[in-house]
Design a protein around this ligand. Structure first.
Ligand SMILES: [Zn+2]
Ligand SMILES: [Zn+2]
Length: 157
């Protein structure tokens, strides 16, 4: 896929893609906070870069993702807008971002409203996917914090 480097970033920042989410997508550097990660993941969906969706999911969940399904879904979806409603800092290592993402499938516009959980592991933010198999509440957390799931990410999902 060729990319127009002067085009505005799909994350709706108003910035050119090459100085907004492209450096994240190319792994030149990592988003400094959960909101930037959320925006870059939206932009990755818009550009159908499913590799980036996988790489920015908590490492312990990456092998649980159905990459073919994600790719097929992205290929059939046109993203038309993103509104960030709030960015909630829960702790040094946990943040939530509430957003509405607008998309079209078969010419029908729909809205996806979500409060996403993000966790910081070794100075890097990751998305916690609530749709894959999760630990039970007494098991160690999926983020590797050595806390029980219910006292860590599980308490925020
Ligand atoms: Zn962007
Ligand atoms: Zn955790």
């Amino acid at each position: 896929m060729t990319e127009n480097l002067t085009a505005l970033c799909p994350c709706q920042s108003g910035q050119p893609y090459q100085s907004c989410c492209q450096p994240y997508h190319q792994q030149q550097h990592f988003p400094a906070n959960a909101m930037l990660l959320m925006r870059s993941r939206y932009a990755a969906y818009a550009l159908k870069k499913i590799d980036y969706i996988v790489q920015t999911t908590v490492p312990s969940q990456q092998t649980l993702l159905q990459v073919d399904e994600l790719q097929a879904w992205a290929d059939n979806t046109t993203w038309v807008g993103l509104t960030i409603l709030q960015h909630l800092t829960r702790s040094k290592t946990h943040s939530q971002v509430e957003f509405k993402a607008f998309f079209a499938q078969q010419d029908r516009t729909q809205v996806h409203h979500e409060i996403s959980l993000f966790v910081n592991i070794a100075q890097r933010w990751y998305f916690v996917d609530p749709t894959v198999a999760l630990p039970n509440m007494k098991q160690p957390c999926l983020c590797g914090s050595n806390k029980k799931f219910k006292h860590c990410c599980g308490g925020l999902l």
